[in-house]
Design a protein around this ligand. Sequence first.
Ligand code: NAD
Length: 329
Amino acid sequence: MSIKIGMIGAGGIAQNHVKALARIENARIATVFDINPEQAAKVANATGATIATSAERLLDDKEIDAVLICSPQFARGQLEEIAAGNNLHLLVEKPLGLNMEDVTRKGRAIRESGVINSTGYCLRYLDTVQMAKQYLHGKQVHLVQVHRFGTRHPAKWWNQLDLSGGFLVDAVTHQVDLVRYLVSEFNEVYANFGRNTILQESPDSTIYDGGALSFTLANGAVGTLTESCVSPYYNGSEIKIFGPDFYLSLRANGTQITIIDNDQNITKITKMDAYYEQDKSFVEAIVSGDSTHVLSNYEDASKTLVVTLAANQSFIERKSMSLIETTYG
Ligand SMILES: NC(=O)c1ccc[n+]([C@@H]2O[C@H](COP(=O)([O-])OP(=O)(O)OC[C@H]3O[C@@H](n4cnc5c(N)ncnc54)[C@H](O)[C@@H]3O)[C@@H](O)[C@H]2O)c1
């Protein structure tokens, strides 16, 4: 059985899916749409896909089995609901959106449709992250310390807070997601953000250039997260997890793990391609009808969005946000 996939949005992340799907025998990109015809043409040339004239027409195509939604989070309209209504399996890039009401409504439509659904939290698929997951099972954690530093995405939309959500919502979401996946759900978050450098470098941009969060987790642990998208001299990420009888660190977007305890001091670096593993598990789930190996579905990913949007809101309201009462649709 060969799975025919439609792709909406053919920019940076779409290229990773093109490469990943090229390695997956029983799947191919059959049709693509991008508001920029040149971007759509790039994918069409690389894959042999036809170019659809609109996202809606692509979703109406009876020949396709699934859709990859790779357009930015501000530009997805009702695509997910239409896809689910047309019984198309879907993989939606992270972050799922910028508004919890929309995302919750979409999540409900997806769940009720019964389609296979996956999201772009690809780091969960790394063997290093799975090693951390296995190691941390049943372990007591009291402190989590996270950082991620990097540079700005060149796209205009990314530099506008109302379109991207900023570095935390768009990119550091991967680290927030790993804390949820490996340690515990969040109970409470308090955030401060700054704009010192952005104001000078790029006054039209409305995103923050640095963020400092403190949080509590449902398991009783506490933590901090610092991030900056204006860090040309140091680029990297780390999640440090502390327990009474161990220390575990995941660096470089989860690709390097260190575990130290009484019996070991080991470091492992993975060579896995997270995008390939993620897309393979999506395709296999469609073929088998069994989504056990899809590690981040739409509903789960919406819980990561809740945390990052609450952090943004915490800064606006200058108060700590409780996530305990949050319902996820
Ligand atoms: N999973 C990951 O690790 C990862 C990495 C990078 C980006 N992303 C996510 O992927 C999404 C896209 O990011 P990107 O880096 O590819 O951005 P990009 O700016 O490089 O590409 C976005 C593409 O979407 C197109 N587009 C914009 N509006 C559209 C619309 N209404 N319909 C169809 N196409 C439209 C643009 O023309 C562009 O080609 C974002 O949500 C981003 O957060 C995920």
